[in-house]
Structures are given as C-alpha cells and as structure tokens.
Ligand binder design. Structure first.
Ligand code: ASP
Length: 447
C-alpha cells in the first residue's frame, strides 16, 4: 500500500476511534453520575484524561511556540510585510470576536433563558448559586480578584507580558504571549541575518518537522484522553442538569456557537480564503476535537499547527504566525459565551437592560475574551469583568447591582460549555490561518 494510502487509513481509524470515544464517554459518564455525590465520580477520570492527553500536549506547547513562530517569521522575512500581516490578523481577530459577542447578545435577548421566573424561583436559584460560589473557594478567590482587577488590570497584565523581562521566566510560567514576542524578535533576527544565519534556520526547520511528528504520536492518545475527560465531566455534571433556566442558558450558548462555527466562520473562509468552509472544517477536525477534549486552546496549539499545515492546506508561514497568536488572543467562542452568560444572569435577577448596557456587554465581552488565557475556565474568571462593567453602568442610573455570587449558578455546568466554546476558539484560529495563507503562501519567495 502506498504511503499516502496507509496515512489516510490511519486517519480513518483515528476518526472512528474518536467518535466511539465520544459516544462511549457520554454514555459511561451518565451511568456513573450520582446526583448525591457528584464530586467523587469525576476526579479519577479527569486525572486520567489529564495524563493521557493534556499533559503530553502541554509538554510541547512552549517548545512548539518558539520553533513555529521563529520558523514562520524567519520565512516571512520582511518586517514591513510582517507588520501588514500583523495588522490584518489583529483586525480579523477583533472583527470575529465582536461578531461572536453580538450573536450571543442578540440570541440571549431573543431567547431570554433567564427571564419570566417567579420571584421565589429566582431567589432559589440565586441561593444555590451563592452556595456553589462559596463552596468553590479557590475559584471564588480568582473571581473576586478578577473583579478587583477589572478591564484595566487585565490589559495591564497583557501589556506587561508583551515586554517580557525574561523569555525563560515567561516560558516557565506558561505565559505564551511573552514567548511569542521573544520568538518574533528572534525570527526577525534570523531573517535579516542572510547567509550567516542559514544554518540556524535549517536547524529550526528540522526541529519544527520533528515536533510535528511528536504531535502525530500524541494524537494516538486522543481517543483515550477524550473518553476519560467525557466520563469525568458528564459523570460529575450529569445530563439531568441540562434542564430549567440553566439548561435554556446552555442551549442559547450552544446555538450561538453553532451559528458562529457552522455559518459565520465558514462564510468568512469561503469569502476571504476562497475555500469550502465546511470541508476545511472537516480537514482540521482533530484539532477541533482536541480543543473539545482538553478545554484549552493553548494545549491544543500543537495539534492545530499540525492539522492546518498537513490536512488543512494552510501554509507554514501563515500557520506558524497566526495560530500561536490566535490561541492566546482570538477566543471567539469565549466572547460569545461571556455575553450570553452575563446577560443571562441579569435576566435571572430581573434587571432590565438598555441598548447602551447591551453595547457595553458586547464590547467588554470582546475585551475580556482577549484577556482570557487559552486554558480551562479562563472565560469564567474574566466573565466577572463583563458583569462588573454592566453593574457599573446600572449604578450610574441608580439601578441595584447584581451580586457577583450569581455566577455560582453557572459554575456547575461551565466545563461542558467550556468544551464547546474552546472548539470554536480553535476553529476561529484555523480560519484565520487559512485566510492568511492566501497572503503568505509557502511557495512565494522569502523577502
Ligand atoms: N477554555 C477556553 C480556551 O482555552 C477559554 C475559556 O475558558 O473560555 O480557549
């Protein structure tokens, strides 16, 4: 059998194994779910998922970011061209996130999952939320510090990471932004070094291809990791929780993610990249499923780079530049979720919002999503920023604020939503890489 034939057979086996893991994971998780003791079920399975999938991926994220970005930048070469691409990519990311947050806002205001509850029902939910909030001590601290940090604090932290004191320190802390900045500078140095840096560029190229092979090995673990994660998460949350107002809230987020992921992004891919968006989506499916399984765009980054450059037909130049930036800054699914979640909580508390409040929600959801790291539950922490911004606008009109602890109502189901929104986050990055491929194809000469 030819090499290509056996590779596509392996691909089919992998896809089949992933779908079996998906169905079996939900089924086994639901069988193990115990509504009276939900915490004890998930822990072991989540740990197994972490060992089989998350940790192996996390292990190569930082080396891959360095090698991929240096490789991409060194091959683009010209700093002016790079600057133009950078501005285009930033505009694309911002536009997509604003669009996602607007879809979320329109949907939540149309479907109104939190409205129409009786006063008793809404105080019962708020009390449950308060309990969940207080019970989760570690997360409560992060949420409260998120509130005090505010949008200004979140941006200050981004700016500090943009100028890292020590790339090794940033790498050790897992701050990808600082590592990307260092790698861009190093890549530029290699690009302008001419013949004297040829050897170093060849080494980077070799390392890049070696890392792609390692990612292929890790991908074989994906069905096992996905199965373990799903058993853990469904076992802990239980499908029964998808009922009542919280169920309608989840449905609203999922519908929004569906519209953005299946209609908006494929449309953008077909307009700007002149490609069939859905077949491109199928070709990078392993990256999307890894995002779903790990709830982390950062941990998925190696798989996204691999799938875009191999099956997705994206250029290495575009992918290596666009994907690492996107995994950290471009979180469409998170922007959409933050808008829906915040407005749902205001509806639950019976607060009527004006169009001005909704605009604030769209803008802060977008900014908060940029500020969220590509790690599990990061969006839940920055959600506080959106709630606080709308609260401030209410206070200006003399309307009572909603308590921060209302977030507790959605903490319990957040991991399920996190899986879906991370998938859309990763998909948005892939579309960005496909579009930039037209501007920076691999076969164009380096400048
Ligand atoms: N888990 C998401 C991601 O890694 C971020 C979030 O919590 O929304 O992309």
């Amino acid at each position: 059998m030819s090499q290509h034939g056996s590779a596509s057979r392996r691909g089919r086996i992998q896809t089949l194994a992933i779908f079996v893991a998906l169905i079996a994971g939900v089924f086994v998780g639901q069988q193990l779910h115990d509504p009276l003791d939900s915490q004890s079920v998930g822990a072991g399975w989540l740990l197994a998922g972490e060992l089989f999938l998350l940790r192996p991926l996390q292990m190569i994220v930082i080396p891959l970011v360095v090698v991929a970005v240096v490789h991409g930048i060194a091959s683009i070469g010209d700093p002016k061209r790079l600057g133009m691409l950078g501005v285009l990519v930033a505009a694309f990311y911002l536009g997509c996130m604003l669009c996602a947050a607007t879809i979320g806002t329109v949907l939540v205001e149309t479907m109104r999952p939190g409205a129409g509850l009786s006063a008793e029902e809404s105080s019962r939910l708020l009390a449950l939320g308060e309990n969940a909030f207080r019970a989760d001590g570690a997360r409560m601290d992060r949420l409260v510090s998120g509130e005090t940090m505010g949008i200004g604090g979140a941006w200050q932290s981004i700016v500090q990471q943009l100028l890292p004191k020590s790339p090794l320190g940033e790498a050790a802390a897992g701050n990808t932004i600082g590592v990307i900045v260092f790698s861009i500078v190093l890549g530029l140095g290699l690009a302008v070094g001419g013949e004297r840096t040829t050897r170093a560029r060849e080494v980077v190229d070799g390392l890049f291809h070696a890392l792609l092979t390692v990612i292929q090995w890790i991908l074989w673990l994906m069905p096992i990791g996905l199965f373990c994660f799903l058993v853990g998460i469904v076992g802990r949350i239980g499908l029964g929780s998808i009922a009542g107002p919280v169920g309608s809230y989840m449905l609203t987020v999922l519908l929004g993610l569906f519209i953005h992921g299946f209609l908006v992004l494929p449309l953008l891919a077909s307009i700007f990249a002149r490609t069939n968006g859905w077949s491109f989506m199928w070709s990078v499916r392993r990256a999307l499923i890894t995002g779903f399984a790990t709830s982390s765009s950062n941990a998925t980054l190696p798989v996204t780079v691999r799938e875009c450059t191999t099956h997705g037909g994206c250029s290495q130049r575009a992918t290596n530049f666009v994907i690492p930036l996107g995994a950290t800054l471009n979180l469409d699914g998170t922007a959409l979720y933050e808008a829906v979640a915040a407005l749902f909580l205001f509806q639950l508390c019976g607060v009527d919002l004006t169009t001005g409040d909704l605009v604030i929600a769209v803008l802060t959801a977008t900014l908060a999503a940029i500020g969220a790291a590509g790690i599990p539950s990061a969006g839940l922490v920055t959600l506080v920023i959106v709630v606080a911004a709308v609260n401030t606008s209410l206070a200006g009109r003399g309307v009572e604020k909603i308590p921060l602890s209302a977030i507790g109502i959605i903490i319990g189901v957040d991991r399920l939503i996190d899986m879906a929104r991370t998938m859309v986050n990763v998909w948005g990055d892939c579309v960005g890489a496909k579009i930039v491929t037209r501007l920076a194809p691999d076969d164009a000469p380096a400048i």
